[in-house]
Design a protein around this ligand. Structure first.
Ligand code: AMP
Length: 144
């Protein structure tokens, strides 16, 4: 049985504005911000606002709103960070690699011949994250 949603998670706190993030974009459905422990330059998270633990309990209507945004962010990230490709990742439950239990998608710029850094390790400098958020925001043509 899948565990139920627990609002005591860090992304719920970011969504409430209780914890800061390097925000790139926000609309009524989702928030987009930089991953603080990037696996690659420009690693970005897309977090639907609706409460769900992960993909396993997600409402299909929420996924339908996220998919076009995923594509938009992937296209913008490839441009903003001069990437050769993009990996989109999403983890479910601890055994699936999940560490934060609010549904989210990783958009990770990839560079030819450069392996990914370890998942969830090594905090990036906040100045670098702020600059990357700005670059991606510009590419998205979004305003905060
Ligand atoms: P996962 O749940 O395994 O899909 O990954 C959670 C991701 O959230 C990891 O890549 C972390 O680096 C990232 N992360 C954890 N806390 C924060 C935070 N406060 N702001 C931005 N990213 C975070």
């Amino acid at each position: 049985m899948t565990a139920s949603y627990d609002a005591d998670n860090i992304f719920a706190k970011i969504l409430l504005g209780d914890i800061p993030c390097h925000k790139v974009f926000e609309d009524e459905n989702a928030i987009v911000f930089m991953d603080v422990m990037p696996q690659s330059v420009g690693h970005t998270l897309i977090v639907p606002k609706a409460e769900s633990r992960n993909l396993l309990d997600a409402d299909p209507s929420v996924l339908a709103t996220v998919a076009p945004l995923l594509r938009r962010v992937a296209v913008a990230a490839k441009q903003a960070f001069g990437a050769d490709g993009i990996s989109v990742m999403q983890f479910n439950e601890a055994a699936g690699g999940q560490t934060v239990y609010h549904l989210h998608f990783h958009v990770i710029p990839r560079y030819e011949g450069v392996p990914l850094q370890a998942h969830g390790r090594g905090m990036e400098d906040h100045g670098v994250l702020a600059a990357n958020a700005e670059k991606l925001r510009a590419a998205l043509g979004a305003t905060e």
